[in-house]
Design a protein around this ligand. Structure first.
Ligand code: CMC
Length: 423
């Protein structure tokens, strides 16, 4: 059987055979046979916008791999910084490469003092930390104007190190400002996750210390959120990057996509939903409302996964590890019951709606002391590594600007009417 498809234009009888390569067909053949007939796919459900060698998401079978390595193995053996290296360079580092990488990231964590004081502290005291995050990352481009030279790979890597190193500092600075707490400078003696927890939660102790289970759980959450194919925010990064915009603006734009409740904002929405449900007896009426289309079961469903999201399984286990230290989170019982009820209900089964990465992550964050509106910021810290890997891949593979077509459905040509003649 030939690995190809045939497209026939029934208006002319002309046909063209297009090979299927790696599960895709080249749209250039379509364009050649059917000029000005556009493939209408508003949410990109059927359109591959690029080839990519970074992460593989097999939604039918519930599989996620970074550069070929199963997420389960990375979650068990790796660290977030090693995973970031893997995503960016395509290979796991040797121990020498890893040490240099960790040193580089660790020594770029500071942000300009005046920038933090004058810029970040000009937000309202209750500004959403994600709003502060996206604005601050965009504003960093003004501090590093050389970042505009995106053609130079060495310069690119320098900005990448800065971004991965500084996003936790920016995130924590926003939180401290919100809570009226003094800013905590990065501590170069701590690992990536512990340093972030220190910048968030340190009070007066000389060196921040936390239960290793917390740092490990946070690192695990960063690993599982680091990349995920051409999701909404990564696609945003690629579209903005295709205009040859500087990387700070690219990452800020991607983070804006992540901000939405259908994407990275879902973990906050899950917690709000669990609070609203509040007790077991409210689960059935809530599920009824979901089935009537009045609301959605947040943390359930995914455009790609039509099976259990492998990240949700890892995070559910991590939740138990954290709760061993903190004691159980009462909302966990409601989440577990919701999952049980939904997975036994034909509405969810027939639509293949399963828990996604956000269903359990918020419970861990909350137990560790993160306020709900920081959850999406945590997601952004992790995904910065993936966004940057896609940005580099894009610049190395393609120099054309992203420019989708549209199927125009508006008025045909008409003549302008002066305002005093309009009814
Ligand atoms: N609760 C109830 N019904 C749902 C849900 C849900 N969470 N998700 C999808 N459906 C229904 C939807 O109503 C539709 O039913 P019908 O065919 O009768 O109209 C059907 O399932 C297909 O839904 P869809 O909206 O076409 O699916 P999509 O691929 O466009 O949306 C999604 C994917 C993730 C936006 C959606 O499942 C959703 O809104 N989930 C809740 C929000 C959430 O948890 N988001 C986090 C996603 S994972 C993290 C990330 O990647 O950022």
């Amino acid at each position: 059987m030939p690995e190809s498809i045939t497209i026939t234009d029934n208006r002319t009888g002309e046909s063209i055979e297009v090979p299927i390569v790696e599960g895709g067909v080249d749209a250039a053949a379509w364009r050649k046979l059917l000029p000005n007939v556009w493939f209408l796919d508003p949410s990109f459900s059927t359109t591959a916008a690029t080839t990519s060698a970074i992460s593989e998401v097999d939604g039918e079978n519930g599989i996620l791999r970074y550069r070929g390595y199963p997420i389960e193995q990375l979650a068990e053996h790796s660290t977030f910084l090693e995973v970031a290296y893997l995503l960016l360079y395509g290979e796991l580092p040797t121990s020498g490469e890893y040490d240099v990488w960790v040193h580089e990231i660790t020594h770029h964590t500071f942000i300009h003092e005046r920038f933090r004081k004058r810029f970040m502290e000009s937000f309202l005291h209750d500004a959403h930390p994600m709003g502060m995050f996206v604005s601050t990352i965009a504003a960093l481009s003004t501090f590093y104007p050389e970042a505009k030279d995106i053609e130079d790979p060495e310069n690119r890597m320098h900005q990448i190190v800065r971004l991965i190193a500084k996003v936790p500092t920016v995130a924590a600075a926003g939180f401290r400002f919100n809570t009226g707490m003094p800013f905590v400078y990065p501590d170069n003696n701590l690992d990536f996750a512990t340093n972030f927890l220190s910048m968030m939660f340190k009070i007066a102790e000389p060196t921040y210390q936390c239960d290793p289970a917390f740092a490990r759980a946070l690192d695990l959450l960063l690993i599982t959120h680091a990349d995920h194919g051409q999701n909404c925010s990564t696609s945003t990064a690629r579209v903005v990057g295709s205009a040859h915009t500087d990387p700070y603006s690219v990452i800020s734009a991607a983070a804006c996509s992540l901000y939405g409740p259908r994407h990275g904002g879902a973990n906050q929405a899950v917690m709000e939903m669990l609070y609203d449900i509040g007790s077991y007896e409210n689960i059935d009426p809530f599920i009824k409302a979901v089935k009537a289309g009045e609301t959605r079961l947040m943390g359930f469903g995914h455009r790609v996964y039509k099976n259990y999201d492998p990240r949700a399984r890892i995070i559910k286990q991590a939740a138990y590890d954290v709760f061993e230290v903190t004691g159980s989170n009462p909302l966990l019982d409601i989440a577990l019951k919701l999952e049980e009820v939904a997975l036994a209900d034909d509405y969810f089964v027939s639509r293949r709606l399963y828990p996604n990465v956000d269903f359990y992550s918020g419970l861990i964050y909350q137990s560790m002391g993160f306020p709900t509106d920081m959850f999406t910021v945590l997601f952004a810290i992790a995904r910065t590594a993936g966004w940057l890997a896609h940005w580099v891949e894009l610049l190395e593979q393609d120099s054309r600007i992203a420019r989708p077509r549209q199927v125009y459905t508006g008025s045909q040509e008409r003549t302008y009417t002066p305002i005093n003649q309009r009814s």
